[in-house]
Write a new protein. Structure first.
Length: 360
């Protein structure tokens, strides 16, 4: 068996110990005589899994009591619609900060439902290489919410401050940074994330919602997209993504064993520094991202020459690495170094980058 260093932006690398545990339990989960994939979501055995996963999210992420934890489907993308459908029923207004493609998609989706959906700031003129400062945000005190994308998977930027939005709740897409560091959840109204980066395989969408925001949705909102209903049914209105929830439990146990999110943040800082320090030390590679806004999860770089970038990607694949090609809208390279990427993987990449630059 040989495993590559997988730098995919998502679905992404999972911790090896988690894969081994899921493998060991695949035929017979804890004496149940069946795989988690095969069991009823209403069974006692599965109830213990989903309850433990919820409890682990609450303790690992320090989720306050006035927030609910939901396990939904449809990816982060369905939240782009579910959020306006549930939150715009008060004033019909929301502010969106556009820091990349996903926040732009979220904004476009909200336009389907709201009367006044505004752009609070956009980084389009600088090709999303930086996060707007507090002074640059044009916020409406009557908005039902302000939407941000915490970590921009494609452009490699990350919010390093939580904007001051007064009494307007912040809704944050944390798909590509959730569980990478501690979060002060009380500063947010809703946090959501597709699972397929730091949580579990695709299929699960985590939503953490302040209880008072689960209000009466817009008329015509389908039951499956009604936060209140999902809370009332404890994410079991229909069949939940059972397998993904189970793997999330194993991932959360792994994080707990390592020492929790403070330890995870230190590991992630250390890994990212290996890559950024090297990028800063050479003029062969460049990164467009403003230094103060650099993501710890998605590191974007290039050689400045398309052909050389393509050769880099090809040769990296011949050197035990995969998925280093940048997103089609940015080009160049992108190394996604989520929680499960070991430090050795980043060192292996930097060694290769040095050899590649040396042989130019
Ligand atoms: C920040 C961010 N938001 C949203 C999405 C879309 O997520 P999904 O594919 O789960 O709908 C992604 C996917 O990569 C993402 O990185």
């Amino acid at each position: 068996m040989s495993r590559l260093y997988n730098f995919s932006a998502g679905p992404s690398i999972l911790p090896e110990s988690v894969l081994k545990k899921a493998g060991a339990e695949i035929m017979d989960y804890k004496g149940s005589g069946m795989s988690v994939m095969e069991m009823s979501h209403r069974s006692k055995v599965y109830d213990a899994i989903i309850t433990r996963t919820r409890d682990l999210f609450r303790s690992v992420l320090s989720v306050p009591d006035d927030y609910e934890i939901l396990f939904l489907q449809g990816g982060a993308t369905l939240q782009f619609a579910m959020i306006p459908m549930n939150l715009l029923s008060r004033n019909g207004k929301a502010d969106y900060v556009i820091t990349g493609n996903f926040s732009n998609n979220a904004y476009k989706e909200a336009l389907l439902f709201g009367k006044e959906i505004s752009v609070a700031a956009t980084g389009k003129d600088v090709n999303f290489a930086k996060i707007p400062s507090q002074d640059e945000l044009k916020l409406d005190a009557d908005a039902d919410y302000v939407h941000i994308c915490e970590n921009n998977t494609v452009f490699g930027t990350k919010w390093k401050y939580i904007p001051d939005t007064g009494n307007v709740p912040i809704v944050s897409d944390m798909s590509s940074c959730i569980l990478s560091e501690p979060i002060d959840i009380s500063r947010y109204g809703i946090i959501y994330a597709g699972a397929q980066k730091n949580i579990a395989p695709a299929g699960l969408t985590l939503v953490i919602i302040r209880k008072d925001l689960a209000r009466e949705p817009l008329p015509g909102t389908p039951t499956m997209l009604n936060f209140r209903k999902m809370i009332e049914k404890e994410s079991m209105y229909n069949t939940p993504p059972c397998w993904s929830i189970y793997v999330a439990m194993l991932v959360l146990e792994w994080i707990e064993e390592l020492g929790g999110l403070s330890v995870m943040r230190e590991r992630n800082r250390e890994k990212a520094a290996i890559l950024y320090d090297y990028l800063d030390s050479t003029d062969f590679y460049r990164t467009p991202v403003a230094r103060e806004d650099r993501s710890l999860m998605n590191v974007v770089f290039s050689t400045g020459d398309e052909e050389t970038d393509a050769r880099f990607v090809k040769e990296s694949a011949e050197n035990n690495m995969s998925n280093l090609k940048g997103h089609r809208s940015v080009g160049g390279m992108r190394a996604s170094i989520y929680n499960a990427m070991p430090k050795e993987g980043v060192e292996h990449l930097v060694d290769f980058m040095k050899r590649f630059a040396g042989g130019r």
